[in-house]
Design a binder for this molecule. Structure first.
Ligand code: NI
Length: 255
């Protein structure tokens, strides 16, 4: 059930049965020569919506503007600061909590969202728990590529070519339901990332935008993006949707 395509009465009936909500969160940033700017938001939304078929979750509209300072010199990227994202999430949670929502599951599609999301969830948990008689609120944050079967499928299909950005898996997902951008004829697989690069830059903890563009001139970070096909994307959607649904239901149970 999509929040934006529901009436308030439908949301009220949903709330009487379940105080949980699934919130997709992506980005608006360059994804290399064959990746669409909205890739992260498209992936998070598509998986969230497909998973709701199994879990009956209410799915919020995606959060599409998020921090991506390292991609800011690539045209089309819109980056907001981490503090803006934290304020936005805090306002969303306050607004929904006032109506009775308690369990917030963020389905993430962009590494740089993780640190600010965790920080604001810590703050909100503290704030609500200090209030007298306040309803308990709970959070879970998951990146779709971390679901175990989805992660195995990434490894199995692309190995080191998965890389970190403009990944063939995310490109595959968008190709399952959006246009395929034809690769430039001279596009080659980028050199694989070193273990220490991956360790030091996990969660999109990259250096400044000028440095980043110099280091990765076509925008891909170790990813052989064009390997991702529409049929792979269909498989990812099926596997990730089922895993997202069972993780969401487990979260409700734990909460
Ligand atoms: Ni991405």
């Amino acid at each position: 059930m999509k929040l934006s395509e529901s009436t308030w009465q439908e949301v009220e009936s949903y709330l009487a049965k379940c105080p949980g909500i699934l919130i997709p969160i992506g980005s608006t940033e360059q994804h290399g020569p064959v990746g669409l700017i909205g890739t992260d938001s498209f992936c998070a939304s598509a998986i969230a919506e497909a998973s709701a078929e199994f879990s009956n979750a209410l799915v919020a509209p995606p959060i599409c503007f998020t921090p991506a300072q390292f991609n800011e010199t690539f045209p089309g990227t819109i980056s907001i600061s981490s503090s803006t994202l934290m304020q936005l999430v805090s306002d969303m949670v306050h607004s929904l909590a006032r109506q009775g929502f308690q369990y917030f599951y963020f389905l993430n599609g962009h590494g740089a969202n993780l640190a600010p999301l965790k920080a604001v969830c810590h703050d909100l948990t503290a704030e609500f728990s200090r209030r007298e008689n306040a309803a308990k609120i709970r959070f879970r944050i998951r990146s779709w590529w971390d679901y175990s079967e989805t992660d195995s499928l990434r490894n199995q299909l692309y190995g080191v070519g998965e890389g970190l950005h403009g990944t063939p898996s995310e490109i595959a997902i968008t190709r399952a339901f959006l246009r395929r951008v034809k690769a430039p004829s001279d596009l080659k697989a980028p050199p694989p990332l070193t273990k220490s690069f991956i360790k030091n830059h996990a969660g999109d903890f990259h250096l400044d935008a000028d440095h980043h563009r110099n280091q990765f001139p076509d925008g891909r970070v170790g990813s052989d993006s064009d390997k991702g096909s529409a049929s792979d994307g269909q498989r990812f959607l099926e596997v990730a949707a089922k895993e997202a649904a069972s993780d969401y239901l487990e979260f409700l149970e734990e909460s």
